[in-house]
Design a protein around this ligand. Structure first.
Ligand SMILES: [Zn+2]
Length: 111
């Protein structure tokens, strides 16, 4: 397995998340909320903030997972399933390079 390829994928994704942030969308929505509008306007503003917070949380989770994956590369354990110790299929790593578990264990979690 070529770990360097996945390291590139992880670093690229991390840059993408970090450059995407900066709190700009959140601030714009807060401006929107302070504006005096009718109830429909206020409801829309609230939904917007809610959705953006949800996205932020997902990004934070992925960032954390990326950092962990990079650490596993340092330790030479990248691509090994955290739960069963088997190798994670390359197709899965290509799709989600920061994943911690193999597809079998993932499916067990979802049950
Ligand atoms: Zn597993």
């Amino acid at each position: 397995m070529d770990v360097e390829v996945y390291r590139d994928l992880l670093l690229h994704k991390r840059d993408e998340i970090l450059s995407d942030g900066g709190g700009k969308p959140l601030r714009a929505s807060m401006d929107n909320n302070t504006r005096q509008g009718d109830l429909a306007d206020q409801a829309d503003g609230t939904n917007e903030v809610h959705i953006q917070l949800k996205v932020k949380q997902t990004d934070a989770k992925i960032l954390q997972a990326i950092e962990e994956a990079l650490q596993r590369m340092e330790h030479g354990t990248y691509g090994v399933c955290r739960d069963c110790g088997d190798m994670i299929a390359p197709a899965r790593l290509n799709a989600i390079p920061w994943t911690r578990v193999c597809i079998t264990c993932k499916q067990k979690q979802q049950r």
